[in-house]
Design a protein around this ligand. Structure first.
Ligand code: IDP
Ligand code: MG
Length: 139
């Protein structure tokens, strides 16, 4: 996959709090095109695997429990400089540190329940995209 794509999840708090439409609107208004999208709920096994890089962190158990607590929206997004531009659009991990106008500033509840995921590199964008979508599901 080319470097103009990134992967996102609207996390369970965002869906639960009714922010799905507003967040998708912000993503589209920022110039991202949706190349794949689904509403789904992660199993414990999937959440553990997706966040395996954080397995040794003290919040791993809490993170897996949260990410499996309700539906998520997974999506592949396309735009020039997608990974960096999307990280800028979502803001810092902790909403207390997130810049004005970012998705997490508006919609995150806390550092853990922070509304949205964005890939941190082109390599991870590709891995995460294929974790959630088959080739036939991607435009
Ligand atoms: P990122 O999502 O901004 O890339 P990471 O450090 O990769 O942040 O952490 C992955 C996810 O783990 C965060 O988005 C958040 O949901 C959760 N998380 C990170 N740090 C903490 C923490 O200190 N307490 C609880 N959950 C956390
Ligand atoms: Mg990360």
């Amino acid at each position: 996959m080319a470097s103009n794509r990134t992967f996102t999840m609207l996390k369970p708090d965002a869906i639960e709090n009714g922010h799905m439409g507003k967040i998708i609107d912000m993503i589209l208004n920022a110039g991202f095109e949706i190349k794949a999208m689904k509403l789904t709920q992660l199993t414990e096994e999937q959440a553990k695997e997706f966040y395996e890089v954080h397995a040794e962190r003290p919040f791993y158990g809490e993170l897996v429990e949260y990410m499996t607590s309700g539906p998520i929206v997974a999506a592949i997004l396309e735009k020039d400089n997608a990974v960096a531009d999307f990280r800028a659009l979502i803001g810092a991990t902790d909403p207390a540190d997130a810049a004005e106008g970012t998705i997490r500033k508006y919609y995150a509840e806390s550092k853990g329940r922070n509304a949205v995921h964005g890939s941190d590199s082109d390599e991870n964008a590709e891995i995460e995209s294929h974790f959630h979508f088959t080739a036939a599901e991607i435009i």
